[in-house]
Design a protein. Sequence first.
Length: 282
Amino acid sequence: MTDTVVLTGITKRYGRRTALDRLDLTLGAGVTGILGPNGAGKTTLLRCLATTLAPDSGTIRALGLDPADRADRTELRRRLGYLPQDPGCYPHFTAFDLVDYVAILKDLTDRAERHREVRRVLADVGLTDRATTRVRKLSGGMRQRLALAQALLADPDLLILDEPTVGLDPEQRMRFRRLVSRVGEDRTVVLSTHQTEDVAALCERVVVVSGGRVVFDGTPFALAAAAEGHVWSTAERPAGGQYWRGADGRYRVLGDRPAGGESAEPTVEDGYLLRLAEPVPA
Ligand SMILES: Nc1ncnc2c1ncn2[C@@H]1O[C@H](COP(=O)(O)OP(=O)(O)OP(=O)(O)O)[C@@H](O)[C@H]1O
């Protein structure tokens, strides 16, 4: 399988703050989840990929195109779908008009065909009956689905989603997983999230970013497996370390074995939290 995206040595600074630090990453077909704490650089990374931000140094190749080149950048923008973290919808547009506007920007010039495509993506996210509702009258979750609809226009070869499941109810989250996994069957999807359940359920690959660097790159299974032998369950409140009390009244402990601790099955979240507790490589 050839790589659709190759990022090499990407650095991005905002003033003196380094958001991305010589980051290398390749992506192929399938769904890749980017996990990382607040401020890790996930949004900056996705913006560089979506061509809304240029890195200070390093190179990007996406779909064989170079976003630093003007003609390539235009071509790439036509072929990618992007759901930004803060879509900032036009409040007075109707749902239909907003998606139609993005479709025009994407150069879908045939009006009848474009309108068919707008109706298709609105149906995909379950907003057909809200097509004529103004954006300001939609709920937060509906706006998020509208933002996803515009990203799905024209079957993008590269789909970039920044925290796409924020505000979705469980039914809509299921619909989202179905939609995205379908795109990932033969195209490249990259999404950032704080929801480790979404990563476990949807992503065949997970990349953990911390301090602007990649600190883990593998399957969700491998991330969880890395926590093997470091996750415990105990009836007694532990003396220290990372722990919380579960619904069963027992304490789940990450790290060293507490007194009376029994080994527990690690999850992707356990693997992620333990990976973050390790230092970022220099
Ligand atoms: N426009 C900006 N101006 C100055 N600093 C910025 C700007 N955008 C991001 N940063 C800083 O760059 C770093 C990376 O931010 P980024 O938004 O990429 O992180 P993130 O992983 O997406 O975080 P979150 O999970 O909170 O959304 C942070 O330290 C942030 O404060």
